[in-house]
Design a protein around this ligand. Structure first.
Ligand code: C2E
Ligand code: MG
Ligand code: MG
Length: 536
């Protein structure tokens, strides 16, 4: 491998390893943060819904209490029956702490009995927009001076509620802030923890029964609006809770990310090592005769008889595995070893070509040449040499050159002309996959086009590739070239191509790659092969 290519490969490998490690790690961070956000939102929503449930129950019990109080007969005097009735109402409404009778701003009687003197609650702070009841928000009662109560009255009877009962809901997170407030007037009823006034503006778009959660500053703020009373509840979890969840998730995701990054990096390094050591391995494979050829028959599409075979290179590695050319030809080209490979291929076909020249005079062998072979002075003598030594007629040797080989037009044309002058046939291989335009083909005097299997296999479909395939066939016919369709796998493909007047085909439908011995045996079967002089 050239030094500069090696450097590029090393740099590329390094970049890929960094990438392969960084991406899974970054992904695990991203995943942990996204998951933590969802987790946090769900928890905040849970708290907001929990206090809303308490608010709703309080609202319902409050309404029930007023209803039941309205039905107590003679409620204005604080008789023993009235007190007993008040006690019954209180017991049936656990969220209501106390019920009593009001005269103006005075609580004159309650479930404790008559208040003498009456307890002055002071003027109401507000009137509920839903019920029209008076609301006092921070009432201190003589029998529980350390607590603040909310007192709601309708002018006759009053219900006393615990001010912070709803927001006293149990929470497993530290740093959680809870708020209850009036939905219509944004008036805060009760709070717990540190409340940011910005949260209140975010609840503007909340309809009754709706909930939402969003990040506001460093807090995940969830809100829920009651369908029963004019209340919105807010629950906010701060950064601490977020970091705690992220840390927990990272403890699981980070090792997974790291391990997959390391596995990926290991695989990349293995492939890179293999790539970097390929040239040395190819050289030793040439020395140890690890290369061999298999042959894939090429058939006439009108009668399926074999007329030739393409020689395909295989590499039997020392561990017994077989490597296909796709994995080493490019490395051999880069390392400047392709000339040695082509020389080996020509040497490997020699015994078979010699026998064919004696027994099957018009059966040809087709070999693949690399673009570099067209630039090499060694190629033509090698080809001439094998024809002379085997006694084959030149048309028994075909060469296949991919479109890349035609890039240097002048060199390619000169070489192709010289090969055709000898009498060999030249085909353009994998046609349609390269960059050359169809018209460029007219610059060359060729014998055949081999249509790439990607197009062959598209002939049954209505894809664009199908259209291209038919254009290639048309062009080939126009230029009076033989057309060989590669990779035919189904009878339908064969029939369509035959109808398009494609003369020849190659593919698993007819035969897989055969060893030299298998090919020799098959050629003895008259049904598969008979000299075209006898067929026609
Ligand atoms: P290619 O010359 O186009 O060879 C045809 C490839 O298609 C072969 O793969 C063959 O096994 C495969 N094939 C044949 N029939 C079918 C089919 O019905 N369906 C499908 N899906 N595939 C089919 P292979 O042997 O792996 O060769 C790959 C490529 O390597 C060849 O493509 C050729 O470009 C290159 N190559 C093979 N031998 C040599 C060689 O000796 N020298 C050079 N320079 N390149 C070679
Ligand atoms: Mg080929
Ligand atoms: Mg091909």
């Amino acid at each position: 491998m050239l030094a500069s290519n090696r450097k590029i490969l090393l740099a590329l490998t390094f970049a890929m390893v960094v990438f392969a490690t960084a991406v899974p790690v970054a992904l695990s961070f991203g995943l942990a943060m996204a998951q933590a956000r969802t987790n946090l939102a769900n928890r905040a929503l849970f708290y907001a819904a929990d206090i809303l449930r308490r608010v709703d129950i309080t609202g319902v019990q409050d309404a029930q209490a007023f209803d039941e109080l309205g039905r107590i007969p003679g409620i204005d005097n604080c008789s023993a029956e009235t007190v007993a009735a008040l006690q019954r109402v209180e017991v049936s409404s656990p969220y209501v702490k106390l019920v009593g009778i009001m005269h103006g701003n005075q609580l004159t009687c309650s479930s404790f009995g008559p208040h003498n003197p009456a307890i002055d609650l002071g003027p109401p702070d507000d009137v509920s927009p839903l019920t029209g009841h008076n609301v006092r928000e921070n009432v201190i009662l003589p029998f529980s001076p350390s607590e603040k109560f909310v007192v709601i009255d309708n002018g006759h009877v009053a219900a006393v509620l615990h001010k912070t009962l709803q927001v006293d809901a149990p929470t497993s997170d530290t740093g959680v802030a809870l708020v209850t407030l009036s939905a219509s007037r944004k008036k805060i009823y009760a709070t717990r923890g540190v409340v940011d006034p910005h949260w209140l503006t975010a609840m503007l778009d909340l309809a009754p029964g709706q909930t939402n959660a969003r990040l506001i500053g460093h807090n995940m703020v969830a809100m829920a609006r009651s369908k029963v009373v004019d209340v919105v509840t807010i629950a906010a979890l701060n950064e601490q809770s977020y970091s705690a969840i992220v840390t927990k998730l990272l403890a699981v995701l980070l090792p997974i990310g790291l391990i997959s990054g390391l596995i990926l990096s290991y695989l990349i390094l293995r492939i890179a090592r293999l790539q970097m050591s390929l040239p040395a391995a190819i050289k030793s494979a040439l020395r140890n005769n690890e290369f061999f050829l298999v042959y894939q028959p090429i058939v006439r599409l009108d009668n399926h008889r074999w007329i030739g075979a393409e020689a395909l290179l295989r590499w039997r590695r020392q561990d017994g595995s077989i490597m296909r050319p796709d994995r080493f030809i490019a490395a051999a080209e880069e390392a400047g070893l392709i000339g040695c490979i082509t020389e080996r291929v020509i040497k490997l076909i020699e015994p078979l070509l010699a026998d064919l020249s004696e027994v099957h005079g018009d059966f040809y062998l087709s070999i693949n040449l690399a673009p570099e072979d067209l630039h090499s002075d060694a190629t033509l003598p090698l080809l001439k040499g094998v024809i002379e030594r085997t006694g084959a007629v030149p048309p028994q040797l075909h060469v296949e050159i991919t479109e890349r080989g035609f890039a240097d037009t002048a060199v390619a044309r000169a070489m192709i002309d010289r090969m055709r002058d000898i009498g060999m046939k030249v085909a353009i291989d994998d046609f349609g996959t390269g960059y050359s335009s169809l018209s460029e083909l007219m610059n060359f005097a060729l014998d055949a086009i081999k249509i790439d299997k990607a197009f062959t296999q598209a002939v049954e479909s209505h894809a664009v590739t199908n259209k291209i395939a038919s254009l290639i066939v048309e062009l080939g016919r126009e230029l009076s070239l033989d057309i060989v369709a590669e990779g035919i796998e189904t009878t339908e493909q064969a029939e369509i191509l035959s109808a398009w007047k494609v003369g020849y085909g190659q593919g698993w439908l007819f035969s897989r790659d055969l060893s030299e011995d298998e090919l020799r045996e098959a050629l003895l079967i008259p049904k598969l092969y008979s000299d075209s002089r006898r067929i026609d």
